[in-house]
Design a protein around this ligand. Structure first.
Ligand code: AMP
Ligand code: MG
Length: 403
């Protein structure tokens, strides 16, 4: 058996980031931008009001209060998107809507809540003193021309997309994220609601893994269910070489008699078969077939998912240029005993991490067998139990979120 970290490093060493491509902004979320974005404009582009109210000269409001209101003449109503037509002079103001440009001569805005319109609409009562600049959003307050908006290598989030749009930048260069092919192997597997023949089970791994890939933002190609035959497996791998950036298979990598995935991959590529010192997901095949990284994940449903989280996901994130490919590890408090036996392996328990108050409380999410998906279905985290006898209730333990 080899330590988890060694197996992870082995995988990561042969993973290269993909090339960049030019895409529309809306394809940019969760992608790594490969060019620095500089501002060529001021944002906000002009001084504007942060509130609905009246654009005034601050000096005209001096001493105004509920008890001692003052009256100003209203010149016009300035809507957002419309330039003002009048300058504000002493004793004057203009009604103004949030986002509308501040008229010349005005240097503050009184919120509408602190005013009272007079019957004739041409005058307004002001009941609050405002200071110069109050409620005004200055041009260039967020960005000035020449500012670095987004450094190269940034993982774009929704706000980044908004920034780009506000600057009128709709085409961007990002690192491509991988298209990942997937197939299941095993002659016992079927897909469909028909009654199972003796010995059959339904393929579940492909569906869980397709969902995980989609969750993580990768494109997928589903090659379906491939029988335990060298020819069929080889043909599918060849197809994947032409269409995918990475390939995930499940099943056929342990020590069984019909584990042909191993046989074929050995022949076609540079493969390494690992027994990783973890439970679940001990067997792992990883290698490169004509530049195509191939992950041979174990067949047991929980193992295939845990193996994806620990090996495939970080590698696919590295391919996308993500600088933090691994999941963060947190500390929680055991809400029950988590007992195990020493066996040279790190155990990953399927747990629910309750982040209600203080240190997250860690509770078993149900059945812990590697064939028991119900425990995985109830889990939002994996608790990490190093080799040994486990921990008792109230102990501190490490975990990672599955989100
Ligand atoms: P293997 O890795 O092929 O030796 O399979 C290990 C266990 O996982 C066996 O009990 C298989 O029946 C089961 N298994 C393999 N592939 C799948 C799959 N796609 N969906 C559900 N169970 C599977
Ligand atoms: Mg099998």
């Amino acid at each position: 058996m080899i330590p988890l970290e060694d197996a992870q490093s082995h995988v990561m060493e042969s993973i290269k980031t993909l090339e960049s491509e030019n895409v529309h902004l809306l394809q940019g979320r969760n992608k790594v931008i490969t060019e620095p974005i500089m501002s060529n404009e001021s944002i906000p582009p002009f001084d504007n009001t942060a509130v609905d109210g009246y654009a005034v000269r601050a000096i005209d409001t001096k001493g105004a209060s509920q008890e001692t209101p003052i009256s100003l003449r209203v010149l016009e109503t300035i809507a957002a998107g419309k330039p003002p037509t009048f300058n504000i002079q002493s004793g004057e103001c203009s009604k103004i809507m949030t986002g509308a440009p501040i008229p010349d001569g005005a240097d503050a805005v009184v919120m509408v809540e602190w005013t009272e319109q007079q019957g004739n609409d041409s005058d307004v009562i002001i009941k609050e003193e405002v200071s110069e600049g109050q409620h005004i959003r200055r041009s260039g307050e967020d960005l000035e021309p020449g500012d670095l908006v987004i450094p190269e290598g940034t993982l774009l989030n929704a706000a980044h997309l908004g920034l780009l749009a506000s600057l009128g930048i709709y085409q961007i260069t990002i690192l491509r994220t991988p298209t990942v092919g997937i197939f299941s192997t095993g002659d016992e597997l079927i897909e469909g609601s028909q009654p199972l023949e003796p010995g059959q089970i339904r393929d579940s791994n492909r569906f869980s893994l397709l969902a995980l890939l989609e969750r993580d933002g990768f494109q997928t190609i589903d090659f379906g269910l491939i029988p335990d035959s060298e020819a069929a497996i080889e043909q599918t791998i060849k197809k994947a070489e032409d269409t995918c950036d990475a390939l995930i298979t499940t099943g056929g990598v342990s020590m069984g008699d019909f584990d042909y995935v191993k046989v074929v991959l050995n022949r076609l590529g540079e493969m390494r078969w690992m027994q990783v010192a973890i439970k679940p997901a001990k067997p792992l095949a990883f290698g490169v077939v004509n530049e195509l990284p191939v992950f041979g994940l174990p067949g047991n449903p929980v193992s295939s998912m845990v193996s994806y989280e620990l090996f495939a996901r970080p590698a696919l994130r590295k391919m996308s240029g993500n600088k933090n490919p691994y999941r963060a590890i947190f500390e929680g408090k055991a809400a029950q005993d988590f007992l195990r036996k020493p066996d040279g392996k790190t155990h990953f328990f399927r747990v629910s991490a309750d982040v209600g108050e203080g240190t997250p409380k860690i509770q078993s999410a149900g059945h812990q067998g590697s064939h028991q998906l119900t425990g995985m279905a109830g889990a939002n985290a994996l608790a990490i139990l190093p080799d040994g006898n486990g921990v008792i209730q109230e102990s501190t333990l490490e975990f990672l979120f599955l989100d």
